[in-house]
Unconditional design. Sequence first.
Length: 579
Amino acid sequence: MCGIVGYIGRKTAAPVIINGLQKLEYRGYDSFGIATIGSGIEICKHAGRISENARSALHLNGTIGIGHTRWATHGVPNDINAHPHTDCKNRFGIVHNGIIENYAELKRQLIARGHRFLSETDTEVVAHLIEEEYTDNLLSAVQSVVPKLKGSYALLVISPEEQRIVAARNASPLVIGIGDGEYFAASDMTPILEHTERAIFLEDGDVASLSRTRIEIYHGKDPVDRPVELVDWSVEDTKKGGFAHYMLKEIYEQPLTFYNSIRALDKEATPAIAKKPSSVAIVACGSSYHAGLISKYLMEETCGIPVRVEFASEFKYFPPPVSCLVIGITQSGETADTLTALKQAKSHNCPTLAITNVLGSSVSRIADTTIFMRAGPEISVAATKSFVAQLAVMMQMVNLISNEQFTKVLLHAHRAIDDVLLKDLSDAVATCKQAQSIFYVGRGAFYPVSLEGALKMKEISYIHAEGYAAGELKHGPFALLSKDTPVIAICMPDDTYGAMISNIKEMKARGAPVIALGIEGDGELADIVDIFIPLPKTHKFVQILTSLVVLQLLAYHTAVALGRDVDKPRNLAKSVTVE
């Protein structure tokens, strides 16, 4: 969703903030803006991409500033609704990530007291509330305002009357980077990494004052200490490294990502609540939900543990499990629906476990226990290596519960992933790029693999794609099959093989071209499909991984062939911090 960056130090603030906002482009945005303290508050903001308008902000003066990339929730994307926002007299500039749920009532009250609003956003009410509370102390004014706000916020506030930035957080991420005579504030570590590896992760309810010489943090109005943590991501991790797109780079990083994430969890490091749960509920969204579905098949089949998987956004509408382990899977650790689901589980006294990629994220504060993946920063909006890292952790959990019978398989899985990275998919790409719709089908654990493959295709190529359990096509979707509707089938030599072969023949009889992923040497499958993509003959766990990587590559190359903006697909955001 939105991204925010703040800087106070010796350097000119605008270039630092522009560079930081560009590092946050992966979060998705439709407009951006910057405010600095120069001759008063100097503001530059535009709808559209930073790359198209960044130079217009370089004239801003001052060594204190704040910036924002907006993903519209309240008001259309335009220059006026772009952040930063100010009060009636332009004494305070503010950027905000999150949603102020009670903004409409606050706005009515403020208008009744004579305030003039310029934008349609929920954020602008905060600037006017600060205007009312301010006497001679910006920190005190913000501390007085935040109890009036309902919802989520990461706020950065500046005023030309004071040489500092005031920051506040509630249910939206905010990181403080500690440099040498300078401080940075951002939605996550990516804008900060090239300046410092030292960071403080603010907690919900914190308000912080950043000057050039010190940082003061309060919880409410009580001073608190928050630990300084060292973040082991490198600047190089956030660069393309010669690849055409971040997505392709991150796909190629998956062998190492899987290997590192397997090693993130061993018998000694496994949380007690995860060692032999009687039953499990997994809550997640998007690709993380698909990782949960794959894990359900593997855990039930291998460990005999019943697993329920729910969309986090729907979990609150179901009666919660009474006593089972609830696992929340979220790459960013800030996915609003997943956080809400875990809170609900805790309210019913369920033990909770989070699987996330981001140190200091909100989910690690909510869950009883957290397992951190070792995926490193993921810049492209479409999840690839973070998804594989989630599977690595869940597969390792299954392995440990089942007395480590898959240890050798998992420790060598990265080699098979590496083997499929250079697969020639040109014939499959040529078929897919001409399609208006594509069906992905599989059975058993390969059904959620088909869901993930379809999600990747629709996310970045904009081709309509749907994943189905193969046996379900005849219950309606068969009506849509034609020579212009390719089907991508995942057909592996397990107990679903015979049924899959029958399903593929049924699809061929309806005229649909079939692209099949199968095991190398499978002559029967190769003979009945139009395009056969052979994968290494290996363990089922690894077949899942290699299938997923090939489907990622198919989506990627199809999107490139169609000229899509692969790393920043339209309308999407990397971290979905609103429900």
